[in-house]
Write a protein that binds this ligand. Structure first.
Ligand SMILES: [Zn+2]
Ligand SMILES: [Zn+2]
Ligand SMILES: [Zn+2]
Length: 361
């Protein structure tokens, strides 16, 4: 995978600074490689497929459109109800508790956004203005959904790309799920960053960005005096725009995981301006082009984490910081990972970051 000069192997558990329970075992020595690689499937690069329900001309094969941009026939982005929703508002069941078991009604909305009229286009091949429009669409739809029903606690925008990432239709698309609960990982991020803020009077995400841009450290071995660890400025930075930064997390769960965050503090994705989304789109497009150049045909999930609505989250404006997590799927999780609740990453985040940063795009 990497150059021949045998980079030092790493075998350590790295603590996620925001959610310590989501820590990662980084184990790069070859003998430690316990994971099976995801099968690389060639990307469907056709621009139009006669039988595809998401291609232009086949609009009658999907549920009715919720939204078409810029118009119904020559649309660039089209939003429809999901034919197989995981949550719905077609029936209302009461929440139940019996013994130790508890249920919450699976109330919500599940919508599909056909990202682009071009069937097989990869994200990095889309224009920056198109990507900005796509994220504007997420933002505007979130607002409409939150305003439509007080019972909706969180609206998750995400994308699955490739069969390994769970995409069942090859035409490029993303999804929005409005949920009656705040996802546990978002809740944990919010609560832990709130606790950090109470203690340090600073947003932990902003602190991590500052660290990525300015921090430098060398740790020496006390006995031999040799260098045990060196951290250099910008070591984890993949891309930097005027308003956004793409970072390789120190405790990356996935080998090629990248997070994109606004450089200036902002808790709620719904408050991002169109102008800022242009810069975001540029950073996203370049990051995805880097991923493609390094691993080729990446199958991935991305998802937006933003300040949840609702009273109990109102005061986390200063402590929470929205971001996009991009998780390329290059290996299948093992029983050890599921059983131990610990992700295993077999490529050191430092080397992955270096490769992503240095590759020509
Ligand atoms: Zn299609
Ligand atoms: Zn912040
Ligand atoms: Zn997150």
């Amino acid at each position: 995978m990497n150059n021949a000069d045998n980079p030092p192997s790493v075998r350590e558990i790295r603590i996620n600074p925001i959610i310590p329970s989501e820590s990662v075992l980084v184990a790069t020595a070859r003998s430690m490689r316990p994971k099976k690689a995801e099968e690389l499937v060639p990307r469907d690069t056709r621009s139009h497929v006669e039988t595809c329900p998401f291609c232009r001309g086949n609009e009658h094969k999907t549920p009715p459109a919720i939204l078409t941009i810029p118009n119904e026939t020559n649309w660039d982005i089209r939003m429809v109800e999901n034919l197989y929703p995981v949550l719905g508002d077609d029936r209302q069941d009461a929440n139940l508790t019996f013994g130790l078991q508890q249920t919450i009604d699976g109330y919500g909305r599940h919508e599909v956004i056909i990202d682009h009229q071009n069937h097989g286009i990869a994200l990095f091949e889309m224009s920056v203005s198109h990507l900005a429009l796509l994220f504007q669409t997420y933002r505007d739809r979130m607002k409409v959904l939150y305003e439509s029903d007080q019972r909706l606690k969180y609206v998750l925008a995400f994308k699955n790309f490739g069969p390994a990432a769970g995409a069942s239709i090859p035409h490029t698309h993303s999804q929005i799920i409005a949920m009656p609960v705040v996802p546990q990982n978002v809740h944990d991020e919010v609560e832990n960053s709130r606790a950090y803020f109470t203690k340090n009077n600073h947003c932990i995400f902003c602190s991590l960005i500052d660290e990525a841009l300015t921090f430098e450290a060398t740790i020496y071995d006390r006995n031999s005096g040799s260098v045990r660890r060196k951290m250099s400025v910008g070591q984890y930075v993949i891309e930097k725009g005027k308003k956004f930064i793409a970072i390789k997390p120190f405790a990356s769960r996935f080998e090629w995981e990248i997070h994109i965050l606004p450089l200036n503090h902002q808790a709620d994705f719904m408050t991002v301006s169109n102008e800022d989304l242009e810069d975001f789109a540029n950073v996203l497009q370049r990051s995805m082009a880097r991923l493609d150049a390094v691993i080729g045909g990446a199958q991935y999930n991305y998802f937006l984490h933003t300040q949840p609505q609702g009273k109990e989250y109102q005061d986390c404006n200063a402590s929470y910081h929205w971001h996009l997590e991009i998780c390329p799927r290059t290996s299948i999780p093992t029983g050890f990972e599921l059983g131990a609740g610990l992700s295993v990453n077999t490529i050191s985040p430092e080397q992955a970051a270096e490769q992503l940063r240095n590759v020509k795009i």
